[in-house]
Design a protein. Structure first.
Length: 216
């Protein structure tokens, strides 16, 4: 927790929720057992996030507790709230339908799914992935103007090509993406109007940060 990927992750999502003016960032951490890997070791400043985000990431590194994430808007002076959907509950291939149940069809919100690896690949799927039917299940529960953001880790092909494959397999809704280094966030919404607002927000974010956007 608190590495350069987190710098991009939290800087971007704080910006997006604030830019859209939505009251809630609802985060499904999709936690899995610690595999003892070396991920999460890069210094947060490798992504040039705002100073308050870098400070936030340092606190994540020191505390290593998910509850710190709820302090994100307080750190940036934003007015939205953070919820940790299902808290620290682990996701498995057996409990997916239950895990992705219970989203409130409230006012517009950003729902952020944070799997270890991203979307399910063509040939296999583990608890480290989100399935396309999971995406459909979540979207079906949300208000029309809500936006779903999904983490995708680099998987040895260009993000443009990977996004094209993801786009083709998404069962419903409109989508766009933003990426940097080894991670991409794919935004999906049932509303074309809401998705277009994300496209404009991404373009604005890209003017001041070393990221690239995909609009189709």
């Amino acid at each position: 927790m608190g590495d350069s990927k987190d710098s991009f992750k939290w800087d971007y999502h704080d910006f997006l929720v604030s830019e859209l003016g939505y009251p809630l960032l609802n985060i499904a951490l999709m936690m899995t057992p610690d595999d003892g890997g070396s991920d999460g070791q890069s210094h947060p400043s490798l992504f040039p996030a705002r100073d308050e985000i870098l400070e936030f990431c340092h606190e994540l590194r020191q505390n290593r507790t998910i509850q710190v994430i709820k302090m994100l808007p307080a750190k940036t002076g934003a007015s939205y709230c953070v919820e940790l959907f299902k808290g620290s509950q682990h996701i498995t291939n057996q409990n997916r339908p239950e895990y992705f149940s219970g989203f409130a069809k409230r006012d517009s919100q950003i729902v952020f799914l944070d799997p270890d690896n991203g979307f399910e690949p063509l040939k296999s799927c583990s608890e480290k992935h989100v399935k396309y039917k999971d995406i459909t299940q979540v979207l079906d529960q949300l208000s029309g103007e809500s936006v779903l953001s999904v983490f995708q880790h680099f998987r040895r092909r260009s993000f443009a090509n990977d996004y094209a494959s993801i786009h083709d397999r998404i069962e419903s809704g409109y989508c766009t993406a933003i990426y940097w280094h080894s991670l991409m966030f794919v935004a999906i919404s049932n509303s074309k109007k809401a998705l277009n607002r994300v496209v404009r927000a991404n373009a604005k974010y890209a003017k001041n940060n070393p990221v690239k956007v995909i609009t189709k």
